[in-house]
Ligand binder design. Structure first.
Ligand code: TA6
Length: 319
């Protein structure tokens, strides 16, 4: 598998596929604590080019890390407690939430945020962009299991272009004869200096569903700062956002297209402690989710025979 992948899609000195396996010569149960945990056997695409580096687990097409060469600290956050395991979601990175966001509308037994992030995807293309960035495209592998939860004929592709910027394109192609409706998100965890110090701008005046303590419709006034659990689904907005991070001396610019919802989430201390996988004791202070999505009021009808694509582009500005 690994050698065949590298033969067909590897790019010398830029893109290599590796197995999440024990360090050579050490028994699997002595893997270092933390990091990516015990050997999962899952395959990871390691990208390293002149502009930056990134890593992506083929399961879930789950981008785990992105760090442009200009940055001493990764831009996409991965929990110290992140574990790779078959069928399990990875804490951090950019989980693909599809074909629904949040809880399933009617089936409480179906996984939150859909199944896309915990099933196998296969590589369908790789290449080098004219500016030297590395491009990789993966396609979700449908199965009897996925068809139980999603009985529609479709292709779901994720194209990742990693370099000085990070671009992700999530394309849903309806190859069947009937329309269907999806919810989706690129649920990206950004690395920040401290949650109490950052601000998010770009959503001034936008309506949002406040998910903390129920679900109340409110309107954003000015920028967003954080002093407690925050879980907001901003609706009907195609706006770009900026994370202002004075501690890390940078601004993270989050542009998007094909997305009318933006989710802003920090669990804060109590929820983080309950979740238990954000890196004890206060890993949650170093992450903030700003997710480009189509959720709640902004579900997307994909007409039979057509394709819908949601695109994000992240850029870091040192200040
Ligand atoms: O996007 C915010 C959110 O919906 C939160 O409510 C929280 O559940 C978070 O996603 C993480 O969800 P997960 O299923 O990855 O633990």
């Amino acid at each position: 598998m690994i050698s065949a992948l590298n033969m067909q899609f590897g790019i010398k000195g830029q893109l290599e596929f590796v197995e999440d396996a024990p360090v050579k010569g050490t028994p699997p149960d002595t893997r270092p604590a933390g990091g990516l945990g015990a050997a999962s056997g899952l395959v990871v695409a390691e990208i390293n080019n002149a502009q930056g580096c990134a890593s992506l687990c083929l399961q879930g097409a789950h981008l785990m890390n992105w760090q442009p060469k200009s940055q001493a600290v990764p831009v996409v956050w991965l929990s110290r407690d992140a574990r790779l395991a078959a069928g399990k979601s990875i804490r951090g990175g950019a989980p693909v939430c599809w074909p629904w966001f949040g809880a399933h509308a009617t089936e409480s037994g179906f996984p939150g945020h859909g199944f896309a992030r915990t099933v196998p995807w296969r590589v369908i293309e790789s290449g080098t962009e004219p500016d030297g960035a590395t491009r990789l495209t993966l396609r979700l592998e449908t199965s009897d299991k996925t068809r139980v939860q999603w009985p529609h004929d479709c292709n779901l592709d994720l194209t990742v272009i990693a370099g000085n910027t990070l671009r992700m394109e999530l394309a849903t192609e309806n190859t069947g004869a009937t329309d269907f409706v999806i919810g989706e998100a690129l649920h990206t965890y950004f690395q920040i200096g401290d949650i109490g110090q950052v601000r998010v701008t770009g959503l001034d005046g936008c309506a949002y569903w406040d998910k903390v303590g129920g679900s109340n419709l409110r309107r954003q006034e000015g920028g967003i700062s954080f002093s407690g659990e925050t879980d907001r689904v901003y609706i009907n907005t195609g706006a770009a956002c900026v994370i202002h991070d004075d501690e890390l001396n940078r601004r993270i610019h989050i542009a998007k297209s094909g997305s009318l919802s933006t989710v802003v989430w920090t669990p804060w201390d109590e929820k983080a402690a309950k979740m238990g996988d954000l890196g004890q004791p206060d890993g949650w202070r170093e992450m903030l989710c700003v997710e480009s999505a189509n959720a709640i009021d902004n579900l997307v009808k994909v007409v039979a025979g057509t394709r819908h694509t949601m695109i994000v582009e992240y850029r870091v500005e040192s200040i």
